[in-house]
Design a protein around this ligand. Sequence first.
Ligand code: HEC
Ligand code: HEC
Length: 269
Amino acid sequence: MKKLSARRRHPLAALVVLLLALACTGGLYAAFAPASKAQADESAQSLAIDEGKKLYAVGCASCHGTGGQGTSDGPSLVGVGAAAVDFQVGTGRMPAQQPGAQIPKKKVVYSQAEIDQLAAYIASLGAGPAIPSEEKYGPEGADIAKGGELFRTNCAQCHNFTGKGGALTHGKYAPSLEGVDPKHIYEAMQTGPQNMPSFPDTTLSEQNKKDIIAYLDAVNGDDTESPGGLSLGGLGPVSEGLFAWVFGLGVLIAVAVWVAARTAKAKKS
Ligand code: HEC
Ligand code: HEC
């Protein structure tokens, strides 16, 4: 008895009791407290994946397979990433309709919220490029001149010098890039849809992509008119030179013929 009370009065006893009490309340709090932010994000994410899975089963599984593994009517979507889904569904290419040389852009059938859910589901099947954030494709810090240079070396052979588009072989075509959402331009470069090659960050850095998008906005924005009048299809110096040759020379020849005819007539009379 004497011993116990002596121990109770030990100078550290109060501290031990206090620590025990704190540990208990901490544990209780952790057990009953509302889910933390990280957990909340996680459950929102798994909810999006579930919703996306349902949308996928109805609209996409017939061609891409019930688990995204692909069928004879559509490729596997494992590892294509959220960016590919956002691009394909966000531009109305997917869900595809009839087979053809190239699946065209059409009216978008899903809301952006549904597209995000589909993208979350596909991303859960295998890691791939994520949907870019606005700062990656926004105009801040972009170099338009550098973008033009990069566009001419990487994209113009298919899309034309100012992105007006052009025909490829076998009924395929590179579409005009006028009015395409900057986010979709970024995603097209990331994922390389159909006959377009992909340009991962190792080929075109994030900054390069930003510069190209800013260049396209500068040449295709509503507020830019062709300097010097008619754009002649924006084909560049070759077409404009050809125009000068064909029309310019034609006019000169016509004038020469007319002058010659008149002098001949004047001599006769
Ligand atoms: C009628 C069949 C069909 C349906 C329905 C369909 N797809 Fe596709 N999808 C295709 C084909 C075919 C391709 C390949 C196009 C190509 O690259 O030539 C494709 C390509 C894709 C790609 C690009 C894959 C890559 O490698 O970048 C994505 C992403 C995609 N589909 C998502 C979807 C989603 C999401 C849905 C549902 C909303 C859907 N598709 C519905 C046939 C279909
Ligand atoms: C080998 C030819 C080729 C090259 C090079 C190429 N593209 Fe494409 N691009 C295509 C084709 C073909 C399509 C159509 C694909 C489809 O409909 O799925 C396309 C589609 C696009 C789209 C989608 C347009 C829309 O209407 O939704 C964008 C944006 C785009 N390309 C940007 C670029 C940029 C930027 C570059 C250079 C970094 C580039 N492309 C290089 C052939 C090319």
